[in-house]
Design a protein around this ligand. Structure first.
Ligand SMILES: [Zn+2]
Length: 213
């Protein structure tokens, strides 16, 4: 066996793909030839390094995937926590609120220029009111008055001097809508203020007193 045949056979030999007869010849040649011994040795070393390298890369890929998964898990937990806290917040806001009794509510109507403000204030200590505006297309036609415990939460301080609803008039027969449109008022245009057992009706026209020029 000469060197070049030996070297052609080395890859197969390392992988145990060569026949017994070939193996015998290869080993015979190895005994005689130092350069081929070295060649075989180098080849084996290269293959070993390659496989080590591959294992390392695989491990690195797995570590990377683990990190990505851990990060995603953290993100999901944060998102769930965030949604849960909103849900709990809303739950407490709405379960700790009830529609107010009319006799507990002090209503004031104030006009400043062409702006009329309805203010609702509770007569009870340690409570505050929330005036929920209900929209009929583009103007408020119903206000539901909710009462709530003053539990030192943020809204309590916000509504310390009452909950307000504002209307802007152009004149005694025209309401300026939020979209900038105008609404001609008839006697039929009313706002309904809803309390626990009663509803107060106010004609929109009656809210506004013409300004004397
Ligand atoms: Zn040789």
């Amino acid at each position: 066996m000469n060197h070049s045949v030996f070297r052609d056979l080395v890859p197969s030999y390392i992988e145990n793909l060569t026949s017994e007869e070939t193996n015998r010849q290869i080993e015979k040649h190895l005994e005689q030839c130092e350069s081929c011994r070295k060649y075989l040795h180098d080849m084996q070393e290269d293959l070993l390094l390659d496989s080590l390298h591959e294992q390392k890369n695989e491990k690195r890929n797995i570590d990377f995937l683990k990190k990505v998964r851990a990060k995603n898990r953290k993100k999901i937990f944060i998102t769930i926590g965030f949604l849960l806290s909103i849900f709990i917040g809303c739950f407490f806001l709405f379960t700790s609120m009830w529609i107010a009794d009319e006799k507990d509510v002090q209503t004031t109507i104030q006009q400043q220029g062409t702006t009329v403000t309805l203010s609702f204030q509770t007569k009870n200590n340690n409570r505050y009111l929330l005036a929920m505006e209900q929209w009929n297309q583009n103007y408020i036609d119903e206000i539901i008055i909710y009462e709530k415990w003053n539990d030192f939460s943020e809204p309590a301080r916000l509504f310390k001097d009452g909950s307000h609803v504002t209307f802007t008039f152009l004149d005694e027969n025209t309401l300026l809508l939020y979209g900038g449109e105008e609404k001609k008022l008839t006697d039929e245009d009313k706002i309904h203020i809803r309390y626990k057992n009663s509803t107060e009706e106010i004609r929109l026209k009656d809210l506004y007193k013409p300004v004397n020029k």
